[in-house]
Write a protein that binds this ligand. Structure first.
Ligand code: HEM
Length: 491
């Protein structure tokens, strides 16, 4: 017994001393770099352990206040380097090194398990290879009927709702994207738009709010201490709701495959992500984690970007007029014209508008990586083992990279101007081998639905004027909604 107690004590002591030594090494390497003053015992815990809305403001303000490389101590022994520095970002993202994620992503695991977003590098490589087939250009044509079906439902709903007052865009857009993404990822038709059932979305939003609250608090990041909080109980309930939904999608798809409703042609080229993983013979838990990952990653991001795009079009009539003009030049004046992938790819001006939305609002404000080796640039070294947060938002709003960053200007991306954008300063989908797997699908979906909406409605600003309040649930949203007026449009 005595030997066991001594062994346990020595193990704890060893872990403690190792952490202390690790902190000393990192502290020495990073101490010369700017950042908010931190306490030796609790780091910057109290500055970042506030309400989610303050967290976003505090986070995006860091690089503005301290420069493009900022050292933060959310955990007293584990610093986080917040980067908005093109050369460092390029060095991290452009190679096959530094592909691992930081400890932050462990807080996602109760929901996403070890799937594409959260997995370690070896598993990630295998999963990414399996999933790639569902995102190849050869299958893009099969997206069109899915877009059409769900967009037509959205238009019908907006026609009714717009007659009785302002429309809060995320309320309707979020349900449209959820229906579309469920079908694109799993081949199962859901009807969130008609039922307005938001139990699933509420559970997800609550989970992500807790996730963001854990991001900068080592107390809540600690599994043991988090277990003792009320939020742990809430999170457990959210996960039950979320997993019930992914299980429903899996069961429905399994049944359809059993009934031989699956068209298995062209060596699986038309298979969804769910079909590909079902064929890979993995556990049911794993399957649910993959479904959850693709639905959450593929839903919130285009949903938010579409809502912000329509909102800015309502508030910039001259830009809206150019988008309408371009769509008429490509599709003619029939409001029911069905687009092709080629049509969508020809919408160059709309492309500039969406790219500017992805800069101006920055749908995914930041993401994190773990450094696999030392990186030295201009005499500054970030040591191996450092956790870095690539602040896409701060990079997109750096005056040096984007002049007048707080002005909404799609012409930054016009053929005459786009070459002025420095490499690794525009990163909405991040870059490199671990970039967004769904980026092309997202651009096609966003162009298709925005075109459909503006061909059916004239979008107008509300009165009195509204100012969005950005907040981050990992994905940027507006805490006070995005209201617009809609009037039927005759092309
Ligand atoms: C406007 C739309 C979108 C934006 C701005 C966006 C942005 C991003 C970003 C920044 C990442 C890196 C996240 C990180 O490393 O933590 C990412 C990863 C990812 N995205 Fe997207 N995304 C969008 C749409 C989509 C869609 C439509 C899908 C799928 C249907 C998707 C699936 C994924 C997945 C699975 C990953 C993880 C990739 C990996 O680790 O290999 N995304 N996305």
């Amino acid at each position: 017994m005595y030997t066991v107690v001594v062994a346990v004590f020595l193990s704890i002591l060893a872990v403690f001393l190792r952490s202390l030594y690790g902190r000393k090494v990192q502290y020495r390497a990073l101490s010369g770099l700017p950042g908010p003053p931190s306490n030796y015992l609790w780091g910057n815990l109290f500055e970042f352990n506030k309400h989610i809305e303050d967290t976003f403001e505090n986070f995006v303000g860091l690089n503005k206040k301290y420069g493009p490389i900022v050292v933060l101590w959310p955990h007293p022994w584990k610093p986080l380097v917040v980067l908005a520095h093109a050369k460092f970002i390029e060095r991290i993202l452009s190679t096959n090194t530094h592909l691992g994620k930081t400890s932050l992503y462990e807080c996602m695991q109760p929901f996403l398990g070890r799937s594409l977003v959260t997995s370690e590098v070896d598993a990630w490589k295998r999963i990414r290879k399996q999933a790639n087939t569902a995102f190849q250009p050869k299958i893009f044509d099969s997206f069109i009927p899915v877009f059409e079906y769900h967009e037509n439902r959205l238009i019908n709903i907006l026609k009714t709702k717009s007659q009785s007052g302002n429309i809060d865009l995320p309320t309707y857009v979020d349900l449209y994207v959820l229906d579309a993404v469920c079908e694109l990822m799993t081949n199962v038709k859901t009807n969130f738009q008609e039922t307005s059932d938001n139990g699933y979305l509420k559970a997800r939003s609550d989970f992500l709010t807790i996730f963001m609250n854990r991001a900068y608090s080592w107390v809540k990041r600690s599994k043991f201490l988090f277990f003792l909080t009320k939020e742990h109980e809430v999170q457990k309930k959210c996960v039950v709701t979320l997993k019930k939904f992914s299980q429903y999608l899996i069961d429905t798809r399994k049944e359809a495959r059993k009934q031989s409703k699956v068209v298995d042609n062209d060596n699986g080229l038309n298979k969804t992500v769910l079909d590909l993983f079902m064929d890979a013979d993995i556990s049911e838990t794993n399957l649910r984690d993959h479904v959850d990952t693709f639905i959450v990653a593929g839903h919130d991001t285009p949903g938010s970007t579409i809502a912000f795009s329509l909102y800015e079009l309502a508030n910039h009539p001259e830009i809206q007029a150019k988008v309408v003009e371009e769509s008429i030049s490509i599709l003619g004046k029939d409001p029911n014209a069905v687009v092709t992938i080629q049509d969508l790819q020809n919408m160059n001006y709309l492309d500039c508008v969406i790219k500017e939305i992805l800069r101006y609002y920055t749908t995914v404000p930041a993401h994190e990586r773990l450094l696999d080796e030392d990186i030295t640039i201009d005499g500054i070294t970030l040591p191996k083992g450092t956790e870095v947060s690539i602040s896409i938002y701060a990079t997109h709003h750096n005056e040096k990279y984007f002049p007048n960053p707080h002005v909404f200007d799609p012409d930054r991306f016009s053929p005459e101007n786009v070459h002025k954008i420095q490499p690794y300063t525009y990163l909405p989908f991040t870059k490199g081998p671990r970039d967004c797997i769904g980026k092309t699908m997202a651009m096609l979906m966003m162009k298709s639905v925005i075109t459909k909406v503006i061909r059916n409605f004239q979008l107008l600003p509300v009165s009195p004027p509204h100012t969005p309040k950005p907040t981050s649930e990992f994905v940027l949203k507006s805490a006070n909604g995005l209201p617009v007026k809609m009037r039927s449009r005759i092309l």
